[in-house]
Design a protein around this ligand. Structure first.
Ligand code: PLP
Length: 466
């Protein structure tokens, strides 16, 4: 295939290249989290454009973007303000390094991030994806205890929740608790400290969340109490364990984790990669419980979902433990080539400006309530076991038997079949196992929310009720 400037061709002419593109896609491209043996049997969905809350494929068909292009898009696609910021910055310079020099968008964005995050977070360290922001958080926490005044060298482990997901690099996998993704890599990983997670629908204590008084927390407490001398930090996805199937923690859970961290001298790392930038109904999920972590990681929505950027924020106390003369070797010896890339930071600044200009968080509140009302329709479906929602993050757990909560056999691929059915009707969503995930851009209108839920309900019915 000769290299064509496809992006210069009119959209309407692209469909003539479909077969050629399909062949190359299947020959050369290895897709993430995808069983390629099955992928190559299907017709690929080739996205060529985006417009607001819609994706447009190569045939010109429009789809609502029901998972905000993997939980990243905030204000819709092709927003003129973000486009303009990116293009303007490219017109000046596309990249220069933060090792030894600095740039204006990275400087400005660091101040804005400090202003909008919970009190106490004062320093910003950039990277390019959620997993690297987590790696940085883990390394900062470890190194802090090693070299602060009054060091605590035994603090080299991390507490993490069962079912947690913090990315795919080895460090982040080592604090991940999803068997399917993480177990295979065990031989490569340092051992950390796993504590039970509050998955109320499948409570490991078989309690009822209405009157359990968070009994599961006692298990967390006893593990932390026993191992706190070696714990550098507790890492948590605040309020929603996204990749586990949108598991929503009971109210007050995060605050309790903060309390035990304080009580046992453990740093708290809040991984806001998925939940940050409005997705739970607040700018950051920690705000729901007025929690200030010691370290906060963010990515995904930081640029409005346009370009890869991530950040790890830390407190003055952590930062100061890294200060000293060059020859004391207290430097944080970490940095990725594109750290603080000015184009991505310009996109992030435009993203934050739109939050203000369009009053995104104000308008979101009514839409969250509307989404909740719309979702009640799912309750009557024969195979819907649980519906979980926090803000614009939704998980609909499908089960073969709602009484016993028995899951479908893996090979039935119920989740995948539901999203394929939804796609036929103009909705792009992705499942997590048999949990159907909805997480549209925050700009999605009430009418579009209704359409998303209508299509999802119909798809679930077709697949599970025949
Ligand atoms: C909570 C959380 N942390 C980290 C990550 C990893 O982000 P990335 O895929 O950008 O590396 C994800 C991705 O879904 C996530 O949900």
């Amino acid at each position: 295939m000769t290299t064509k400037r496809f992006y210069k061709e009119p959209l309407s002419s692209l469909k003539t290249y479909y077969q050629e593109l399909e062949t190359v896609d299947k020959q050369c491209l290895w897709h993430p989290f995808t069983q390629m043996q099955e992928y190559v049997k299907q017709d690929p969905l080739i996205i060529v454009a985006g417009e607001g809350n819609y994706l447009i494929d190569i045939q010109g068909k429009r789809y609502l973007d029901g998972v905000s292009s993997l939980w990243v898009n905030v204000h819709g696609h092709n927003h003129p303000d973000i486009n303009e910021a990116i293009i303007s910055q490219v017109g000046r310079i596309s990249h220069s390094t933060l090792l030894g020099t600095t740039n204006i968008p990275a400087i400005e964005l660091s101040r804005r991030l400090v202003e909008i995050t919970p009190p106490g977070l004062t320093k910003v360290f950039y990277s390019e994806c959620g997993a690297t922001s987590v790696e940085i958080g883990l390394k900062l926490a470890f190194q802090y205890w090693q070299q602060r005044d009054n060091p605590r060298p035994k603090k080299i482990k991390f507490a993490y929740l069962q079912n947690s997901y913090h990315g795919d690099t080895l460090g982040s996998v080592s604090v991940g608790g999803i068997e399917l993704f993480h177990n295979l890599y065990q031989p490569l990983l340092p051992e950390h400290v796993c504590v039970p997670s509050p998955y109320c629908y499948r409570c490991f204590l078989s309690k009822n969340p209405d009157d359990c008084e968070m009994a599961c927390f006692e298990n967390v407490l006893s593990i932390v109490e026993a191992r706190h001398e070696e714990l550098a930090a507790f890492i948590i996805e605040p309020l929603v364990q996204g990749a586990a199937g949108m598991i929503v923690a009971p109210e007050g859970y995060l605050k309790k984790i903060r309390e035990i961290c304080d009580r046992f001298d453990i740093l708290l790392i809040a991984d806001e990669v998925a939940v940050g930038f409005g997705k739970t109904g607040r700018m950051f999920a920690c705000e729901h419980e007025s929690v200030s972590p010691d370290i906060m990681t963010m990515g995904k929505g930081i640029t409005g979902g346009y370009l890869p950027l991530a950040a790890t924020l830390a407190t003055d106390e952590i930062y100061e433990a890294f200060l000293g003369k060059q020859e004391e070797f207290k430097t944080f010896f970490h940095g990725h080539t594109y750290t603080g890339n000015p184009v991505t930071c310009a996109a992030a600044l435009a993203n934050l400006d739109i939050f203000e200009k369009e009053q995104t968080m104000v308008h979101l509140q009514g839409k969250v309530t509307r989404l909740q009302e719309l979702l009640t329709r799912c309750k009557s479906l024969k195979h819907v076991g649980d519906i979980r929602q926090k803000g614009f993050m939704v998980g609909i757990e499908l089960v073969s038997d709602t009484k016993t909560k028995e899951s479908y056999p893996y090979e039935e691929k119920v989740g995948i079949r539901v999203i394929q059915e939804a796609r036929k009707h103009g909705l792009v969503i992705r499942p997590l196992g048999d949990v159907i995930v909805l997480m549209p851009p925050l700009s999605t209108t009430e009418d579009q929310l209704r359409e998303i839920v209508d299509i999802t309900v119909a798809a679930i019915k077709t697949v599970t009720e025949g």
